[in-house]
Design a protein around this ligand. Structure first.
Ligand SMILES: C[S@@+](CC[C@H](N)C(=O)[O-])C[C@H]1O[C@@H](n2cnc3c(N)ncnc32)[C@H](O)[C@@H]1O
Length: 203
């Protein structure tokens, strides 16, 4: 961690707010802002959060779906538990991780998923073309999972780095969802190339 990063982190208003409000990441505010603007989740929903660690998005999702809802977080990194949260440590590119999500849902008597959210990021190499391609790959994997498991009318929110593959990704999401928008929440850092694709109402 560089000294400059640590100084910016300490000054960042969302980092300070996250510490004050007990969210595990400043990213929590991105999902909060996405939902305030686009209304992607409601009480009772079954949500799968891909790339969930350290858990900020899942904390927001747990608040939005309430006690009747279900939130399953998935990440490569071991992550401490949260009240009412199901966490699966695994790689979503692997079939066995996807199967584990589905068998967890099955054991709970849930047939399908209301909302898939993905804030997955690749390891950053510093070569923008490589990072963008890796981000687009993870977004594709998330879209495949959404296509296979979200029920008609359900929603999908996905991070992708801006670049040459974004337009094709938008085209593919439009064939699966009735409404597709790009959105940069105010909590995204100004220097960030990430954009969120908000897909509503699975056809
Ligand atoms: C920006 S962080 C997510 C932050 C989270 N939304 C929050 O609010 O706390 C991105 C995460 O994606 C995860 N990730 C990257 N590739 C993944 C994969 N193939 N399967 C599961 N998780 C992955 C990383 O381990 C990392 O924790």
């Amino acid at each position: 961690m560089s000294k400059r990063w640590a100084q910016e982190h300490a000054r960042d208003p969302y980092c300070r707010m996250a510490r004050r409000e007990n969210y595990r990441s400043r990213a929590a505010y991105k999902l909060k802002q996405i939902d305030q603007k686009h209304h992607v989740m409601r009480k009772g929903d079954v949500v799968v959060d891909l790339g969930a660690s350290p858990g900020g998005w899942s904390q927001i999702a747990l608040e939005l779906v309430g006690e009747e809802g279900v939130v399953i977080g998935v990440d490569l990194q071991p992550t401490p538990p949260l009240d009412g949260w199901i966490f699966i440590e695994g790689d979503i590119t692997q079939d066995e991780t996807r199967q584990e999500i589905l068998s967890t849902l099955h054991d709970m008597g849930k047939k399908d998923v209301s909302v898939v959210i993905s804030d997955m990021s690749p390891n950053i190499s510093g070569n923008y073309d490589v990072d963008q391609a890796n981000s687009a790959y993870l977004a594709r994997i998330a879209l495949e999972f959404a296509e296979d498991n979200i029920h008609p009318g359900g929603n999908f929110v996905c991070k992708i780095f801006q670049g040459s593959e974004l337009e094709e990704f938008l085209r593919d999401t439009r064939s699966l969802f009735k409404s597709v928008r790009r959105y940069s929440p105010p909590a995204s850092r100004k220097s960030s190339s990430e954009v969120y694709v908000i897909c509503k109402a699975r056809r």
